[in-house]
Design a protein around this ligand. Sequence first.
Ligand code: ADP
Length: 203
Amino acid sequence: MVHQSHPARLLIIGPQGSGKGTQGVRIAEAFDIPAISTGDVFRAAVAGGTELGLQVKSVIEAGELVSDELTSAVVRSRLDHADAQDGFLLDGYPRNLAQVRDLDEFLSGRGETLDAVIELRVPRDESISRLSLRAQQQGRTDDTEEVIANRLAIYERETAPILGVYRTRGIVDEIDGVGTLDEVTQRIVAALEARGLNRSAAA
Ligand code: ADP
């Protein structure tokens, strides 16, 4: 039986269309930790017509970012659940430097730090063509051409710089996101194992 040296606290980052949502779920399963996607939380709130949903609907549909205050509050309350006490994988948060600070503050209050940041790298052309395909298949309201361009521009401007912060901490693993789903998952698992993070025995 394999014992984790300590629970894995992970973050996955990548441009829209990089497959980070799909890989995030796979990695969370392998490491037996919850995958926490802010995009999924917001979309579920919109679909359920909750108060949070009403607050974020128009922002999401325009491809803009929800306010840091609201987003950080949503993540903090999710990380307070029992299932996130023994590790977690964050997808879509933090997304800018202010959110990095919010998360640092929250985790240090728990005596925790992130173990690894998975950076999924996909060329821009590839990510645009994957998003157009997803738009045809799933009809996500924020997958129109104009909104996609806006989201990619925000990614490059705000999200890419946070990798710089995590790089100085030595916790970023750059992963080539081009390949089959299994190939990419394997690459991520190998990088995490090289850090001494072990998959759960059950997976
Ligand atoms: P994508 O990364 O493909 O844009 P997500 O599912 O991660 O998709 O996010 C969808 C939308 O949810 C974003 O365009 C944004 O409006 C909102 N959102 C998600 N995460 C955050 C965040 N950390 N801060 C602010 N807004 C967010």
